[in-house]
Design a binder for this molecule. Structure first.
Ligand SMILES: [Fe+2]
Length: 323
């Protein structure tokens, strides 16, 4: 930096003045900027999460949609609304025919976590689901073009999950992406990861590929900024990719509206709106003088417990006495 009248600032000149430098690393196509220059390397921070992403080819995807909006709750409340499926039969009854609650697998990965949403009808449904309905409703969400092929498969005696894996595998192959090494479950079940502290990444091949990030909204603890990135494979593996810019929306906008305004309808919109529908009530409840505290399910909400413990560890480490 140039210092005007530098003879008057000998100490500053001796310090070789420049803009402060921060840590910057990349992983799976994402850029991580860390203001803590004493922080451990990113691979150490990611720990057991790092190899989990190897088979999902994130570098081959681009941001096909980007929505930023304000939500009426703290960022931690919003993040904790996703890495569990306990809520599915009641919050999302329309997908209970192909997303189960009690069959999901939750695995803490150090600070982070992995949630495998089992794609089978929930036993808590108040209705029976046959293979045809299971296939039709799941493909209506993920791969509508494969509907006729899937129904033919059923008529020919193949199992619903086997058909799903086959049409999804073929869909990627048609675009030039060969996931020959992936077992069928990778294409059928929904795999999402909680990247500590504030990102939920549904990167499994059986998901829409949406990454959610929740940030504090300035110093307001009662609202947060939510970002949705739709990380999609291009229609042609050799086609140039350009990330779509983020579109911002104020408090009160629904995800469905934001999708329609910026990118067109997406079936994720109504599902995410259901997830967000009770956040304001949760935020108010957490602050109630008569509420003794939150109790989490032992297993079904174990990733939220893991997150809270990891967060407590950070707060203890960095809660230095003020001078
Ligand atoms: Fe949900």
């Amino acid at each position: 930096l140039e210092i005007v009248n530098d003879w008057d600032f000998p100490e500053t000149r001796a310090q070789n003045p420049c803009l402060p430098e921060f840590l910057l690393e990349t992983w799976q196509g994402f850029v991580f900027i860390n203001l803590d220059t004493d922080a451990a390397p990113l691979s150490e921070f990611l720990g057991p999460l790092e190899p989990e992403f190897d088979r999902y080819a994130m570098e081959s995807r681009y941001r096909a949609a980007g929505i930023r909006m304000v939500l009426p709750c703290n960022w931690k409340v919003a993040a904790a609304s996703f890495p569990e499926t306990y809520h599915v039969p009641w919050t999302h009854p329309q997908i209970g025919s192909w997303v189960s609650d009690v069959d999901s697998t939750l695995i803490p990965l150090g600070l982070h976590g992995k949630c495998v949403n089992a794609r089978r009808p929930s036993p808590n449904n108040a209705f029976e689901v046959d293979d045809e309905t299971y296939l039709a409703e799941q493909l209506g969400f993920l791969n509508r073009e494969a509907m006729d092929t899937a129904m033919e498969g059923l008529e020919n005696g193949f199992g619903a999950r086997e058909i799903l894996a086959q049409v999804q595998r073929q869909r990627f192959l048609d675009k030039g992406f060969d996931f020959a090494d992936c077992p069928n479950d990778e294409f059928v079940d929904g795999k999402g990861y909680w990247i500590f502290p504030n990102a939920i990444a549904y990167v499994g091949l059986g998901t829409a590929g949406h990454v959610l990030r929740f940030l504090p909204n300035g110093r307001d603890p009662n609202t947060c900024v939510a970002e949705l990135w739709l990380m999609t494979f291009p229609d042609d593996a050799n086609a140039p990719m350009a990330n779509v810019p983020m579109s911002s929306y104020p408090l009160g906008t629904s995800v469905t509206e934001a999708f329609e305004d910026s990118h067109g309808f997406h079936p994720l919109g109504p599902v995410l709106d259901q997830d967000l529908s009770n956040l304001e009530s949760i935020q108010r409840g957490l602050q109630s003088a008569h509420y003794p505290g939150v109790s989490f399910g032992l297993y079904q909400e174990s990733l939220i417990r893991n997150f809270e413990e990891a967060l407590d560890g950070y707060l203890e480490r960095f809660d230095k006495p003020s001078r």
